[in-house]
Design a protein around this ligand. Structure first.
Ligand SMILES: [Cu+2]
Length: 108
């Protein structure tokens, strides 16, 4: 009887541990720190609703992001005032985990 219970106990302990792990790894994700980075590049496209901008941006070493073309949402449509495709720009990129938002953009 005791020998039969032991494996059950072990299995349930493992299951418990297995259940707790995602909760532990989720916590840092949901409380991800917001950080801002400098971003430089060329505007490829400004969304017609001014809610997003596509940038051909330079490498962002602090973020481990290589140079690429990427569409980013902006924190406010005003960020894109006076910004048009073809402009060389510099600005700020807010990162929360892997959620990226452009908070500032100006022509260079
Ligand atoms: Cu990118």
């Amino acid at each position: 009887m005791k020998l039969r219970c032991l494996p059950v106990l072990v299995v349930s302990l493992l299951a418990l541990a297995g259940c707790q792990k995602p909760a532990d790894t989720q916590k840092p994700g949901t409380t991800a720190e917001e950080k801002e980075y400098d971003i430089k590049g060329t505007v490829v496209d400004v969304a017609s609703d001014k809610k997003a901008v596509t940038l051909d941006h330079e490498q962002i070493p602090e973020l481990n992001m290589m140079a690429m073309k990427m569409k980013y949402p902006v924190s406010d449509p005003k960020v894109l005032d006076g910004i048009a495709a073809g402009d060389k720009v510099s600005g700020r990129l807010k990162a929360k985990g892997t959620d990226y938002t452009i908070t500032k953009l100006e022509k260079r």
